[in-house]
Write a protein that binds this ligand. Structure first.
Ligand code: 5GP
Ligand code: ZN
Length: 112
């Protein structure tokens, strides 16, 4: 499949990993938008948040648990922004579900 993140999961494209288990992979974004910018993805190819099914309930719960673990490890104790872009209008460029952990700076109220 021609998916960059599936290739990262398969090890065909290198990445700077911060967390990995059987279901989830997290790695630093190649083009960081904040001092700490990590992408958390399911290893399974799911196109976006709107492609999730009941079958993925446990997976999504697990991803959110992992996000908490990573935030603690990265010392984002003062908070961070969590973003998942969906589709063209959402600005999604990689069509494999991912959560951006954006931290190390203080965000304002705007979403741009
Ligand atoms: P989206 O715009 O789809 O929400 O986010 C995709 C993100 O993936 C972007 O922030 C982009 O910088 C990142 N990205 C794209 N290709 C690669 C890659 O090959 N390696 C890494 N580490 N990040 C990537
Ligand atoms: Zn994929």
């Amino acid at each position: 499949m021609d998916c960059i993140f599936c290739k990262i999961v398969a090890g065909e494209i290198p990445s700077k990993k911060v967390y990995e288990d059987e279901q989830v992979l997290a790695f630093f974004d190649i083009n960081p938008a904040s001092p700490v910018h990590i992408l958390v993805i399911p290893k399974k190819h799911i196109e976006s948040a709107v492609a999730l099914t009941e079958e993925d309930n446990a997976l999504i719960a697990h991803i959110f648990k992992v996000i908490g673990i990573i935030a603690k490890e990265q010392k984002l104790n003062n908070g961070f922004r969590l973003v998942s872009n969906v589709g063209a209008d959402g600005g999604q460029t990689v069509k494999h579900l991912h959560f951006h952990i954006l931290g190390g700076k203080q965000f304002g109220e705007s979403f741009g």
